[in-house]
Design a protein around this ligand. Structure first.
Ligand code: FAD
Length: 405
């Protein structure tokens, strides 16, 4: 049995330890996380945790006793600084060197901040870690004026949570509808209407040029149109970049993320990459990188099985979920650009209970999104995986069972 070293403090790192199971024994598994916490899940940070409805402990994947029971040496609050591939050592920022036989990188993503003036002012936030959520939550008082920059999932979820806390919320969008790049304009409009109905102001086709500040504290934003929008808080939800610096510095092959094979093995056979950073060949969708909870949940098992000598190529449809107000959704499948697809709605868009289905030019199902309708994912998965030609009319009719569409 060799020594397994895992770098990361998110779900993927925890799942990598879990996958090593009976093969962890004294001294042979080390987990290195830059964060002060044990590995935890991030989705509640924009939802129930941000609203103060849930304890942080509910997000922590496993407690101390769990790691101790598996003899895992957990190093918290220390960053891995460098990989020495020739001697197979992971060098920590403390200077300590950890020898490995297999190394799993699960370093996740880093939220983007624009290079605008005053982006570091007090009151300017991003949302990635517990500390980020605590800082935002502490400032989200009743009546606080929050500007959310960007209309992605995290920004919209945070907007919904901020409304629940009584903040005044404006979302600044570059495009005409939020989420349009993922969902297309019609369903982007669906989410825009949902937000507007809950009192969120949406500024479309706008960009934030500058954060305005006084004495080091944000006072608003300057828009491209020249308008000055007053604000107490500014949240940048403009996406995140894969944390690839360890891999880059080690000379591993990179593309959009760390390039891995179908076992999550990088260009160095002793090093694996999983979760948000992994760019892998999907059996049906080509090379993809999935920045979602479900990828961090499932990919580590494939990587660790390969390390333990039981390689089995990963074959899993991308999946994610989001909750805003009383609207929950699940999305399964992959659509690189909704513009080239045919959208079918099964159910009632106006009643906010429906399944959106994206079909290829050949009428094969590429992806589905169920909104406030449940138990759909397992029904549509066989249709997506088979790639069979479907009849859009039958798909749109909720009275026809999935298996007969
Ligand atoms: P991360 O969770 O990003 O963890 C990476 C860890 O590695 C961090 O702890 C970091 O500190 C550590 N690290 C990085 N570099 C080093 C280093 N050199 N040394 C030591 N440690 C290092 N997905 C969904 O599907 N649905 C949702 O509703 C949803 N909501 C979300 C809400 C928020 C606010 C956020 C931030 C994300 C959300 N996601 C959601 C996405 C999901 O959380 C991510 O896809 C998931 O966290 C990826 O897990 P990961 O383990 O790959 O990386």
């Amino acid at each position: 049995n060799g020594r397994l070293v895992i770098v990361g403090g998110g779900l993927a790192a925890a799942k990598a330890v879990e996958a090593a199971r009976g093969c962890t024994f004294e001294g042979n598994t080390v987990l290195v996380t830059a964060e002060a916490h044990l590995p935890y899940e991030r989705p509640p940070l924009s939802k129930e945790y941000l609203r103060g409805e849930a304890e942080f402990s509910a997000q922590v994947v496993h407690d101390d006793a769990w790691y101790e029971g598996r003899f895992v040496d957990v190093r918290r609050g220390v960053r891995a600084a460098r990989i020495d591939r020739d001697t197979r050592q992971l060098v920590l920022e403390s200077g300590e060197e950890l020898a490995y036989d297999a190394l799993v990188l699960a370093t996740g993503s880093v939220p983007r901040l624009p290079a605008t003036p005053s982006a570091d002012a007090a009151g300017v936030h991003v949302l990635r870690s517990k500390e980020d959520a605590d800082a935002l939550r502490g400032a989200l008082k009743e009546g606080a004026r929050l500007v959310v920059v960007g209309g992605g999932w995290i920004g919209l979820e945070a907007a919904a949570s901020a409304r629940a806390l009584g903040a005044e919320v404006t979302v600044v969008l570059r495009g005409q509808e939020p989420l349009a790049r993922v969902l297309g304009p019609e369903l982007g409009r669906f989410y825009a209407d949902l937000q507007a109905e809950h009192g969120v102001r949406l500024l479309r086709g706008e960009r934030v040029e500058e954060v305005l500040s006084e004495n080091g504290a944000a006072t608003g934003v300057l828009l491209g149109s020249g308008e000055r929008l007053p604000a107490d808080l500014v949240l940048f939800g403009i996406g995140a970049d894969p944390a690839t610096e360890l891999a880059r510095e080690a000379g591993l092959e990179l593309g959009d993320g760390v390039l891995v094979n179908e076992l999550f093995q990088t260009s160095d056979p002793a090093i694996y990459a999983v979760g948000d950073i992994a760019n892998y060949p999907h059996p049906r969708h080509g090379r993809i990188r999935v920045e979602h909870w479900d990828a961090a949940l499932h990919q580590p098992a494939t990587a660790v099985a390969a390390i333990l000598g039981a390689p089995e190529p990963y074959d899993h449809e991308p999946y994610f979920y989001s909750d805003q107000y009383d609207v929950g959704m699940e999305y399964v499948g992959h659509v690189p650009d909704p513009a080239g697809t045919r959208l079918v709605i099964r159910g009632d868009l106006a009643a906010r209970a429906f399944v959106a289905l994206w079909l290829s030019e050949q009428d094969a199902l590429l992806a589905s999104m169920n909104v406030n309708v449940w138990d759909v994912v397992d029904e549509v998965l066989p249709l997506i995986r088979s790639g069979v030609k479907l009849c859009p009319k039958r798909l749109a009719d909720p009275s026809i069972p999935w298996a007969e569409t």
